[in-house]
Design a protein around this ligand. Sequence first.
Ligand SMILES: Nc1ncnc2c1ncn2[C@@H]1O[C@H](COP(=O)(O)OP(=O)(O)OP(=O)(O)O)[C@@H](O)[C@H]1O
Ligand SMILES: O=P(O)(O)OC[C@H]1O[C@H](OP(=O)(O)OP(=O)(O)O)[C@H](O)[C@@H]1O
Ligand SMILES: O=C(O)c1cccnc1
Length: 435
Amino acid sequence: MVDIATRVHNHKWKIDPIVRSLIDTDFYKLLMCQSIFRNHPDTQVTFSLINRTKSVRLAELVDEGELREQLDYARSLRLARGESTWLRGNTFYGKRQMFRSDFMEWFEGFQLPPYHLEKRDGQYELTFEGKWHEVMLWEIPALAILMELRGRAVLDRMGKFELQVLYARAMTRVWEKIEALRELPDLKIADFGTRRRHSFLWQDWCVQAMLEGLGDSAKGGAFTGTSNCLIAMRRDIEAVGTNAHELPMVYAALSETDETLRRAPYKVLADWHEEHEGNLRIILPDTYGTKGFLELAPDWLAGWTGIRIDSGDPASGAEDAIAWWRARGEDPRDKLVIFSDGLTVDKIRELHAQFSGRVKVSFGWGTLLTNDFRKLVPDDGLAPFSLVCKAISANGRPTVKLSDNPEKAMGPEAEIARYKRVFGVGDQQAFDVVV
Ligand SMILES: Nc1ncnc2c1ncn2[C@@H]1O[C@H](COP(=O)(O)OP(=O)(O)OP(=O)(O)O)[C@@H](O)[C@H]1O
Ligand SMILES: O=P(O)(O)OC[C@H]1O[C@H](OP(=O)(O)OP(=O)(O)O)[C@H](O)[C@@H]1O
Ligand SMILES: O=C(O)c1cccnc1
């Protein structure tokens, strides 16, 4: 096992690449990339970094030269032979050849496209412009690089013993969470923490701790796998994933009329339905408001495997889904509900108590698994914050996200107002966004 503290101390003098592999990314990005490669190969999209925690002045904390060095390093990466073999030959969700050979041939020659970086008002403006299936692969490495560089700026000032104790405390914290989760009967939980992790080695440590502490779900344990493909490959565990808001956001932006806009979120899932079955048929309903989405949903969607609850009050989102399945003649006990928004142990405990037995419950645990260094250093300089990287335009038209939490909404004001009218979204309750 790597001694992370010693390593952090010894690596201060050379470039220590943060992202070293094109598959050091979330599995769902590769699934979506393949789908976009097939259905929208010519769509031009811009992705942009968005720091929702304005108080963290990233451009003052992270050196621009180091940032460029890391981004350039990521651009030098190519799919390694072993990685390609794994993607081509591995079984994902019980299915062989999940990635088609035309997609794999393209991916084998792929290199991350150029980026555009500027400083403004203490923040970095970092954008990626180009073909949708190419620029979308920047999201996870860009976030992981910025998060880790901000952490390293703090770690750089620490001595060897301070680092040793810091990691000992953080490890204890992770382990105590795992001990608390062990008390929950029939728990199912996965790691979704790549994008805002403390570091790759730390995420890898957390995944191994979950595996030992909770047990592999393939052998009756609670840990269902990781969304990180590189870790899944190296540790021989399941790579897990669903689908994300970027699909409805871009499909919606490309819609010419209000009527096609209204249908866009269902078109996304119709395309997905053609490609995937079973556990990959998971609805993400909140892009333009969960309630309206479910009311207008075609009946075939009620036959899908489950739903991912990713914003707003998770308990009411899940209750709405249960009522909807009942109204459509489905038994909620056969349905999977995946909670994935800013989870803490207390939240997991609460949702587990409220929903287990009523639906199949599962959790996708992100930042507060892989980057919970809150209050471990003076000034809380290692606390995670709400950094995201989103599609902001498609073929020159702005994208919009409403979400079930107005704090997560994005897009030009006039467009937000139009989307709210089209999707019938009224007043929404706001919830603090921590990560
Ligand atoms: N960011 C990362 N992404 C992927 N793998 C990593 C990362 N950091 C470390 N590793 C892997 O973890 C293991 C331990 O890392 P470590 O860096 O200590 O090894 P190393 O042999 O000294 O390599 P290096 O000198 O290149 O950092 C190695 O197998 C290394 O490839
Ligand atoms: O435990 P967490 O850190 O929340 O990890 C998982 C989250 O990451 C993803 O979204 P992202 O945060 O990138 O965007 P969003 O908040 O706008 O959904 C995902 O949709 C989850 O919400
Ligand atoms: O597959 C997902 O749904 C996922 C993975 C990582 C982070 N958020 C969501």
